[in-house]
Design a protein around this ligand. Structure first.
Ligand code: FAD
Length: 436
């Protein structure tokens, strides 16, 4: 057996810079074996050309090459159940300590508990770190210890507790890469080894200039404006950028609205952590009494962007073509599905989960439940967006719609699948009878 080592397990933190758990591992006195595990439990549910898998794969290969070229080390890439991989690793190496950054999704929490149990049985330490958020779990709660269910007081407490020096201190992980194990021939895999193909859809870089941040509230609601929002979503999701570096930029550009969006992300993360059942259950249980119509043909039309409502169709076509949809339009298509079509928010949530490059369980579930009215801090159910007046307001010149629905004037473009007024009245009737 080789000499004693530590392992750093990369998951949703695919970077060397300012990586809290990685820094802790590299500062231990042991050589560090970096690993990534493609988990079939997650992969098997995804389409074979999933662009997110390609993105993760490419990023891992870049990191692996950097370690090989500059440090004579490498990154080991595996495919299998994490527990089986750790079984193998402890047979091959004298593992003393496993380091990783925390992940708060229900599946990840169970997985990590299982791994911790296995490592403890083998006298191996397992240390986890807060990396993907400024505040986690129950760090921001009411004075009686209960979680906040309304965003504004949560945000106020967040800002009150936030301290630049304490919370934005970067971890100097990148300066310690020489402490990785010297071994350049670690296991690697090709995309096809894990059952995937290269996707033609690419995750774009994000833009975060101080100009974008300072103009954010004037641009963020208009889907036709290029670079009106940051496109940070997938980068925060996969950790190719550190949240601390982003908050630092937000603070130096002094834009409260942009900062608020980053805090919404953490708001929904703590909600998911406190209420993991909201992945499947309405946060407000009464909403599970709603008699959804769940018409499959109508769902298909919504998915394809063939509802006859131009802004809704533009959003869905943008999603299908690029894996992205502008936030304002996400709100509208979600509301349309739940309220105009009376289709269960869980159907829409699942479709977004399959398509969005920036899919994040906490934000997706939180925002879908918000749109359905069943979630925390949701708008009252009787507020129903009118897709036509929303288009007049947010896509006045029709540029966004024109880009994604060029056939709008063709006879081939479908008629409106429901009448707005009738659908609105139907929704009010159905919701009211469930909630009364
Ligand atoms: P920017 O406007 O530049 O915002 C910067 C960052 O702030 C985002 O990247 C994101 O991390 C965070 N943020 C912004 N708005 C929200 C919000 N409402 N809730 C939580 N975080 C926010 N966002 C996801 O990251 N993953 C999802 O799966 C997701 N699903 C959504 C589903 C619905 C129905 C709706 C209405 C919104 C959803 N959002 C989701 C929130 C939001 O639409 C995206 O975060 C945003 O559009 C991503 O684009 P951007 O990176 O340019 O955002």
């Amino acid at each position: 057996m080789s000499k004693a080592i530590a392992i750093f397990w990369f998951r949703r933190d695919l970077r060397f810079q300012d990586n809290v758990g990685l820094f802790a591992a590299l500062e231990s006195s042991l050589p560090v074996l970096p690993i990534f595990i493609f988990d079939p439990e997650i992969l098997d549910k995804l389409p074979k050309k999933d662009p997110r898998v390609s993105f993760i794969y490419d990023q891992l290969q870049r990191m692996r090459s950097q370690l090989q070229e500059d440090y004579g080390s490498s990154l080991a890439i595996y495919h299998g159940r994490p527990k089986d991989i750790f079984h193998k690793l402890v047979q091959e190496h004298e593992v003393k300590h496993v380091y990783t950054n925390r992940d708060y999704e229900p599946y990840a929490l169970n997985r990590d508990n299982e791994i911790k149990g296995f490592l403890t049985e083998n006298n191996i330490n397992f240390s986890t770190y807060k990396d993907q958020v400024i505040f986690e779990k129950d760090e921001i709660v009411k004075s009686d210890g209960d979680p906040y269910l309304v965003y504004t007081p949560y945000k106020n407490k967040w800002l009150f507790k936030f301290n630049n020096d304490e919370h934005l201190q970067p971890s100097a992980s990148e300066d310690s890469l020489k402490n990785f194990m010297q071994h350049s021939r670690l296991p690697n895999l090709s995309l096809s080894d894990i059952g995937f193909e290269v996707s033609t859809v690419k995750i774009p870089d994000y833009t975060l200039t101080s100009n974008l941040i300072s103009k954010y509230e004037d641009t963020r609601n208009y889907p036709a404006i290029k670079n009106g929002t940051s496109r940070l979503g997938p980068h925060l999701r996969f950790g190719t950028v550190s949240i601390r570096s982003i908050v630092k930029k937000a603070i130096s550009s002094e834009n409260e609205v942009f900062m608020s969006e980053l805090i919404w992300r953490e708001f929904f993360m703590q909600i998911l952590w406190h209420y993991p059942n909201t992945v499947t259950d309405a946060f407000k249980p009464k909403y599970d009494r709603i008699e959804w119509r769940n018409n499959e043909k109508e769902f298909e039309k919504w998915k394809k962007g063939e509802t006859g409502y131009a802004l809704i169709d533009a959003g869905m076509r943008q999603l299908n073509a690029t894996g992205y949809m502008h936030n304002r339009v996400r709100m509208l298509v979600a509301s349309f599905l739940c309220k105009h079509l009376l289709i269960d928010w869980r159907w829409g949530e699942a479709y977004f989960a399959e398509k969005l490059l920036d899919y994040e369980m906490s934000s997706n579930v939180g925002n879908w439940q918000w749109a359905a009215g069943s979630g925390v801090d949701a708008a009252p159910y009787f507020r129903i967006f009118n897709p036509m007046t929303q288009a007049d307001k947010f896509d006045k010149e029709g540029k966004y719609t024109e880009k994604w629905v060029p056939n709008i004037a063709d006879p081939s473009y479908p008629d409106k699948m429901v009448d707005h007024k009738e659908a609105r009245e139907r929704c009010l009737r159905v919701y009211k009878s469930a909630l009364s």
